[in-house]
Design a protein around this ligand. Structure first.
Ligand code: AKB
Length: 316
């Protein structure tokens, strides 16, 4: 029987592209997109769409029963920069939505859960280079705290109630369809848009701030590979470290300049600099590579080529 999937937060940066890919794999009518609002609706309205507030348990449950859902991808969250502006809202949304979905799995209403964590679970006391899977996690952002606590709950629900929950610690994700919203790594998407539109960019992080990043195609592949992996091979039920490339604003600037020689950049670090400084510069994802054979495809230059090509079409 075909899997019936609900994506909560389907209109966001990752949700939109995950919806398309899952519909390609499972069939359009078997993948229900949902969000609290209809921004980017044109990217997900090729199939069923429902308005769902991720904080509303009954709305999620009713939708699961109506469509006979067996798998939920919970993509709704307030990210690191927005979370610092609205700490209680971030806690409320990020934690309650997770409990709703875990409890539906515990009750047997659904069978499988995907929930994204983030490099934000790490903090200033974490080893910054090649950060291991198991290490000190003392996050200093509200978003990071919600992700760290969420990871503990995922592992707890798996061990205690046998809930099949799977998770990845996403790095910054770069894509050309929906814009990211409210993250610290957003600069690495904005810079491509501004390079095409204006030929210059004011960067909110400093020149040499190195952070772990990944092209969307790789992030979607990782998510689906993890969800399709046999349960027995998974040794991590909190959240897997996941890595592809690490670069600084200067590295991405130089990569864009290969295609747009007169592109210019200036640096005006704001409050997001402190968040970036608390995160790792590179990640050791050997558990993901060993357990379910994770491999990334894109490097900085291959990503730049695709980003510029696609955005040129968009803005022409
Ligand atoms: C953010 O910057 O908040 C996110 C993340 C790394 O989880 N992109």
């Amino acid at each position: 029987m075909a899997s019936k999937i609900l994506i909560i937060g389907a209109c966001g940066q990752i949700g939109t592209e995950l919806t398309s890919k899952l519909r390609e794999i499972h069939g359009t009518k078997n993948v229900i997109a949902s969000d609290i609002n209809t921004r980017n609706l044109e990217l997900v309205n090729s199939g069923p769409f429902e308005i769902i507030d991720a904080k509303n348990f009954n709305a999620i449950k009713d939708c699961c029963l109506h469509y006979n859902i067996d798998t939920i991808y919970l993509m709704a969250a307030l990210l690191s920069a927005t979370g610092e502006k609205y700490p209680m809202e971030a806690w409320d949304l990020n934690m309650n939505s997770l409990f709703h979905v875990l409890n539906l799995a515990k009750a047997g209403t659904i069978k499988k859960v995907y929930w994204p964590s983030s490099i934000a679970v790490f903090g200033p006391t974490t080893p910054r280079k090649n950060t291991p899977q198991h290490t000190i996690c003392e996050p200093t952002t509200v978003y990071g705290i919600t992700k760290q606590v969420g990871e503990r709950w995922c592992e707890y629900y798996h061990k205690k109630y046998n809930v099949d929950v799977r998770s990845l610690r996403y790095p910054g994700i770069i894509s050309h369809k929906a814009m990211p919203g409210g993250g610290t790594t957003d600069y690495a998407v904005e810079i491509y848009h501004e390079a095409i539109k204006k030929g210059d960019y004011d960067c909110f992080l400093s020149e040499n701030t190195s952070l772990p990043m990944m092209f969307m195609e790789d992030a979607i592949k990782a998510t689906i590979d993890l969800m399709e992996a046999p349960s027995e091979v998974l040794t991590i039920r909190s959240s897997y470290n996941l890595s592809a490339i690490s670069f600084t604003p200067n590295d991405i600037f130089e990569s864009i300049k290969k295609h747009i020689p007169d592109f210019s950049i200036s640096y005006k670090p704001d409050f997001r600099q402190a968040i970036a400084d608390s995160w790792p510069s590179s990640i050791d994802d050997s558990f993901a590579r060993k357990d379910w054979d994770w491999r990334h495809k894109h490097n900085l230059d291959s990503m730049t080529e695709i980003m510029l090509k696609e955005l040129r079409k968009k803005y022409k």
